[in-house]
Structure formats: structure tokens, C-alpha cells
Design a protein around this ligand. Structure first.
Ligand code: ATP
Length: 304
């Protein structure tokens, strides 16, 4: 095994029945009233990344870049396939793993603990994290009061001090100010110098070209291309100019067609999604039925 990260036939399926009421009805009707509507945020993604690679993740809005970042950061699990990560990964995205109700200080402690740092290690790094974040007294406030740039600063400051082997930066730098972004890029450079692996999600192809030796282009859940960053960026840019030359109506039609394909793909080509609500619906439904029968039995016994 000479890879750092291996993404092996990975798919991520979401249920488009997101409203709470439809989920509850689905649970108690064994998934019969509201059927699960599988939507492939990612489908059959395959690539391998070597130690020291910096990989750009490219694609139009809603193509699955953040879904891929979340999977690489082990924030979520694939519905199908496997991601083999040889080391500790840390995801930096606005809101990633931060608790909105906790203060900046509390989030620093919580995330460091989650990354396996001991109390001693946290105390030693605390001052540096605080200084890097540049958030000063705002760290005393719950982060729900922060701007996205401030959250991103906190997330980056914590992540780089937890000594990850793999850093995943999901558009976190595009919401911060330029001076902070420059400071983060310098840190990323240090990381590269140490032979560590970076995934970098950005719509700015110029930045991807500058920072990444490899790139993966995701197009509405499917992998269009993976390889040398210059080649992938050139092909992606060519697609973007063609896409931009379409009228608004044509762009919409294209997007709708792609979304339909993501929905149309039947689950038969995959194992059952792990978050299959009809399965849990069956369990909950049976439990509910048992409780209901026990209640009736109880009433009957009381009457006798
Ligand atoms: N929890 C979820 N439930 C249902 N659908 C989801 C969920 N998360 C993401 N999706 C859908 O998956 C698709 C991919 O989303 P994702 O956020 O990964 O795209 P993206 O490429 O990062 O987009 P952007 O460039 O706008 O940030 C979208 O159609 C989105 O609506």
C-alpha cells in the first residue's frame, strides 16, 4: 500500500424526503406512504492519492465537492464503497464540526479533544491557536454569533494545530479576508513541505493550479476526471466556458437533466443505503405495534 488515501467505488445517497413530517409518516407506514427518494450526491467515485499530493476538488455548485470533503474528513460515511485513509484527517470548512452554542474557547477544547489531544497538549497549544485565529475577545462568545469568515478562521486555527496528516480545506479560505487567507496558504505550504496531503475545494481554478499537483473534477455526483491538475483544470475550464456560453434557460435545462439522472439512477446498482428509512420504519413500526398491543392488553387486564 503506497497510497495515502484510496477512494474505492464510493457513493453517497441522500433521501430527498427531508421534511420531518414525511419522515415520521414514512417510519410508521413502513416506508409505504412516503417512499425514499434516493439522490446520488456522489456515485462510484474512484481515485488514489499518494503521500505529499495536493489535490484540488473542482465542480459546479451542487456537484458533490463538500460531500466528498465530508467523506474524506470522516464527518460522514459512504452509502456504498470504501475510503481508506492512511493517517489522521482534519476537515476545515465553515461550520465543520464546530458547536454553534459553545464559545470559541470551548470549541477549541472540544475539537482538540475530538482530535485525540490530551489536556496537557491542548494547554500547550491553546495560546497559539488563539493567536492564529485573530479572534481576540470574540472567543468568549458562542460561535453562532460569528460571521462565516470568523468561523473559518477558528476552524483553520484549530485544524492546523491538531497536527493532521491530511488537511481538507473546503472553501474555508474564500470567506475569510485576504491577509488571513495568505497566512493560511503559508501554513499549507509548510504542510506540503512536510510531505503531508492536502485536499483543496475551490471555485478559483487559478488557486488550485498554484497549490495542487492533482485535481479531481466532480460533475453532478460523477467523477469526470482525476489526474494532473493542469490537465484537469484545462478540461474543466473548457467545459465552464462552454457552459457559460449557454443561455440561462439552457443552463437550467442542463442542470435539471443532470439532477434527474442523479435521481433516476436506481438503487439496484448499489447495496441498500445505510440510512434506509424503510428498514428503521419497520423496526419502529413493529415497536409501536407491540407497545399499542401491550397497552390494549393492560386495559383489558385492568377491566377484569
Ligand atoms: N444532507 C443532505 N440531504 C440531502 N441532499 C443533500 C445533503 N447534502 C448535500 N445534498 C445534495 O447533494 C448535492 C451535492 O451537494 P454538495 O454540497 O456536496 O455540493 P458542492 O459541490 O459542494 O456545492 P457548492 O459548490 O455549492 O458548495 C446537492 O444536490 C445537495 O443538494
Amino acid at each position: 500500500m503506497n497510497y495515502k488515501v484510496k477512494v474505492d467505488n464510493v457513493s453517497k445517497v441522500y433521501d430527498l424526503n427531508r421534511s420531518k413530517i414525511s419522515k415520521i409518516i414514512s417510519l410508521f407506514t413502513f416506508g409505504q406512504v412516503y417512499k425514499i427518494k434516493p439522490f446520488y450526491a456522489l456515485k462510484n467515485i474512484n481515485f488514489e492519492v499518494q503521500p505529499g499530493d495536493s489535490v484540488g476538488i473542482l465542480g459546479l455548485n451542487g456537484s458533490g465537492k463538500s460531500t466528498l470533503s465530508d467523506l474524506l474528513g470522516e464527518v460522514t460515511q459512504p452509502t456504498d464503497g470504501k475510503i481508506d485513509i492512511n493517517g489522521k484527517s482534519s476537515l476545515i470548512a465553515v461550520n465543520a464540526g464546530l458547536n454553534q452554542e459553545l464559545t470559541g474557547y470551548e470549541n477549541i477544547r472540544m475539537k482538540c479533544l475530538m482530535h485525540g489531544l490530551t489536556e496537557n497538549e491542548i494547554n500547550n497549544k491553546f495560546k497559539d491557536i488563539v493567536a492564529f485565529s485573530e479572534l481576540g475577545e470574540f472567543l468568549e462568545q458562542p460561535i453562532k454569533n460569528y460571521s462565516s469568515g470568523m468561523k473559518s478562521k477558528l476552524g483553520f486555527a484549530i485544524a492546523i494545530h491538531t497536527d493532521p496528516d491530511i488537511l481538507i480545506v473546503d472553501e474555508a479560505l474564500s470567506v475569510g479576508d485576504e491577509t488571513f487567507a495568505d497566512k493560511c496558504f503559508m501554513k499549507m505550504k509548510e504542510f506540503q513541505g512536510q510531505g503531508k496531503t492536502i485536499f483543496f475545494v475551490s471555485h478559483a481554478t487559478g488557486q488550485v493550479k498554484k497549490w495542487c499537483n492533482k485535481a479531481v473534477w466532480i460533475q453532478y455526483g460523477e467523477m469526470k476526471e482525476f489526474g494532473d491538475s493542469h490537465t484537469v483544470i484545462n478540461n474543466y475550464s473548457e467545459f465552464i466556458s462552454k457552459y457559460k456560453s449557454l443561455t440561462k434557460a439552457e443552463q437550467l435545462e442542463y442542470k435539471e437533466k443532470m439532477h434527474d439522472q442523479q435521481k433516476l439512477n436506481k438503487r439496484s446498482s448499489l447495496n441498500q443505503p445505510k440510512e434506509d428509512f424503510s428498514k428503521s420504519g419497520l423496526t419502529f413500526g413493529l415497536l409501536f405495534l407491540l407497545l399499542f398491543l401491550a397497552g390494549i392488553l393492560g386495559q383489558v387486564m385492568t377491566l377484569q
